[in-house]
Design a protein. Structure first.
Length: 80
């Protein structure tokens, strides 16, 4: 993870954007971490990863079972 101070980030914003395309950039102020700048791809990967983990923990239905459920008209959905 690249680390930049708030002053560096402000003075070299374009470079910070470029750096964030390869790795997250931590922004510090007075030697304390105050934020992290992520690329959109990193953010999307994180969101999709969290959704996949949550589905796994909750017991997701596989592709074939999903197709069968859709084809059946959702009989277990209680008329919704």
């Amino acid at each position: 993870m690249k680390i930049m101070t708030t002053t560096q980030a402000r003075n070299a914003f374009g470079q910070m954007l470029d750096a964030a395309q390869g790795e997250p950039v931590m922004i510090t102020k007075r030697n304390r971490p105050v934020g992290v700048f992520l690329s959109m791809q990193d953010l999307e990967d994180t969101i999709w990863g969290e959704q996949a983990l949550r589905a796994h923990e909750e017991g997701y239905v596989g592709e074939e079972a999903s197709r069968a459920l859709l084809a059946s008209g959702f009989p277990d959905a209680g008329g919704r």
